[in-house]
Design a protein around this ligand. Structure first.
Ligand code: CAA
Length: 260
């Protein structure tokens, strides 16, 4: 598949999606959002891919936000549509993907860029990264889930401050907030993410996918996360993953989940 705005690479059982508009600091225009949807969808359908890493090209930015030039003359209806469509095809889509997604935050993650990192299952940053939701400085609010996912992750008071001040935080603060799990030197970012991805890929893929679902359901209003956990825990007993994992334990060998 050919993409204009992203690079899609597969290494063994790992997919790396790189947003590739470095001159615009990888700002998310509509075409990029559609291409990201396609890439995530294709990677998720390919059962040989166990983990997806999302990053930005260049050394300056992960993503500097939604493309401001594209929505500069939008109407109320167009603005509503921008947020609704983006949330549906990319941000909610990534959050609910059954394949784990790691955001490798390699520089500025602002506005829609931070919102995209928040939609990923967890985040690892390079030491030059800066994060913020500057929308109120543009007369907007975050439109790609930032008002919901940021307080869920770092707490309401901190999210209120970040959104109201429109200020950027550095990695020291992001780490203290739990916004990112690790901070590493820029040149070490992808190797470090790949190391964690390899660990993940050695575990049972069906179990991982339902763990993502149960964790995500914990913050949804219309479903009960504990009930999801009970049902999905039970379902695990009917999977090949469970059969292999428990058999390997009893036979004192390492489980091999590569056949899923
Ligand atoms: N949209 C469109 N273009 C962008 C962009 C964005 N979000 N961010 C950067 N660019 C472009 C700049 O316009 C510039 O292009 P030109 O060379 O053609 O002028 C190029 O990228 C390089 O940017 P700068 O020259 O500004 O680089 P800098 O180092 O001086 O500053 C920055 C870097 C602080 C990140 C600055 O670019 C900036 O503040 N960007 C905007 C950040 C922002 O407000 N993001 C939120 C967008 S709104 C949103 O995301 C809404 C939503 O939730 C749905």
């Amino acid at each position: 598949m050919h993409y204009n705005n992203i690079v899609f690479e597969v290494e063994n059982n790992l997919a790396i999606i790189t947003i590739n508009r470095p001159k615009q600091l990888n700002a998310l225009n509509q075409e990029t959002i559609v291409e990201l949807h396609q890439a995530f969808n294709n990677a998720n359908k390919d059962k040989s891919i166990r983990v997806i890493i999302l990053t930005g090209s260049g050394e300056k930015a992960f993503v500097a936000g939604a493309d401001i030039k594209e929505f500069a003359d939008y109407t109320v209806e167009e603005g509503t549509q921008l947020a609704a469509n983006g949330q549906k095809i990319l941000f909610d889509f990534v959050e609910n993907l059954s394949t784990p997604v790691i955001a490798a935050v390699n520089g500025f993650a602002l506005g829609g860029g931070l919102e995209l990192a928040l939609a990923c299952h967890f985040r690892i940053a390079s030491d030059n990264a800066k994060m913020g939701l500057p929308e109120v400085s543009l007369g907007l609010i975050p439109g790609y889930g930032g008002t919901q996912r940021l307080p869920q992750l770092i707490g309401k008071g901190r999210a209120m401050e970040m959104i109201m001040t429109a200020s950027m935080i550095d990695v020291k603060q992001a780490l203290a907030y739990g916004l990112v799990n690790y901070v590493v030197k820029q040149e070490a970012l992808l190797p470090f993410c790949e190391k964690i991805a390899t660990k993940i890929s050695q575990n049972a893929p069906i179990a991982i996918s339902v763990a993502i679902k149960a964790i995500n359901n914990g913050v949804k209003k219309d479903v009960n996360g504990f009930q999801t956990e009970i049902v999905e825990f039970g379902n695990c007993f009917g999977t090949r993953d469970f059969n292999e994992g428990v058999t390997a334990f009893l036979e004192k060998r390492k489980a091999d989940f590569s056949g899923e």
